[in-house]
Ligand binder design. Sequence first.
Ligand SMILES: Cc1ncc(COP(=O)(O)O)c(C=O)c1O
Length: 401
Amino acid sequence: MPLNPQLDTLSDYPFEALRSLLSPVTPRTNEAPIAMSVGEPQHQPPALLTETLAAHAHEWNKYPPMAGTPELRQAIADWLTRRYRLSPGALDPDRHITTLAGTKEGLYLFASIVVPRDKAGQPPVVLCPNPYYLVYNGAATMAGGEPVFLDATRDNAFLPNLDDIPKAVLERTALFYLCSPANPQGTIAGLDYLKKAIRLAREYDFVLAADECYAELYGTIPPPGALEACQALGPGANGLFDNVVVFHSLSKRSSAAGLRSGFVAGDPRYVGQFKRLRDFGGCQAPLPVQAAATALWRDEAHVVENRALYHRKFDLAEAALGGRYGFYRPDGGFFLWLDVGDGEAAALRLWREAAIRVLPGGYTARVGQSGINPGRQYIRLAVVHDAATLEDAFARIRRVL
Ligand SMILES: Cc1ncc(COP(=O)(O)O)c(C=O)c1O
């Protein structure tokens, strides 16, 4: 059977691996199972979403524009400008922005326009943080790139060390996926870090794809963004956003993962090519969905409320788990990244003894430069449930681990 040989290089999707680990095991407890393995928001999105969908219900018959309606792209440009204090007019909704049916498809498809067959006569590289969001590796591999994993461990404050990337690798690099706030560790890349990454991207002519889909879930400091860093750094040879694109989503910001709505913004050379490619193989969002997304990007009140709900969840986590398992309160995102010695063994024990599903950290990482899997000693917990469920879960974790 003819198959793309690149498929063999993909690892198991982590949730498949988790199913294989846990399905032979029956919990030895009557407690209700609690799934903390999946990063799925549990809050309801604001009423604005369904109200706007209903108000646009007569538009389901129409083919929607692939790049997003002008209203949606304007709402996004306004939001980016407010959020990252960009100069008014720096973003042109037609040139700098295209909308996506969730960032997952965008992050995946993007690699296929920026990974050439070779770079400077050598196999092209895609830099990925390690641990990483699984789509980066899949996208890199299927686009014919060689993923190079940059370990993000406690030793480098959970951010890949840019100074450690060999020059020979940078010369072959076509694309760098950077995640801030990071899934799973919650690390925020500061403005200086982002500027440095952009300088490298311009010097070695690769694209920095900043995955900022957790940008609105943070503790005290709003994470800076890569477009903001472009403005702080000044333009490259072709424009302000040279060599940089950012990915954003309503899935976490507005608890609207089911809406499938996100966007990519930045360097018009890539955004333009991306629009072309998506005309062939992208997913359009229906017009009512685009209208709802427009309303959500224009509204901040629900985002402030959402953030406050997560703060309370992390207060509970800190009260219950602080001082154990290398607990730290993440700067952004909604995951706990707990050091339990052996992530797989801990996940098995938690399921068997307490009916709690967590993701072994090693399933979202690869053996890196150091020869070890930097996630192997961790478990990842999505802190998304209501207070009573979380208190119950944390008590069970303390009982079992
Ligand atoms: C780091 C990261 N990037 C991107 C996504 C994709 O989000 P969506 O496709 O819902 O916009 C996720 C989803 O969990 C994620 O964790």
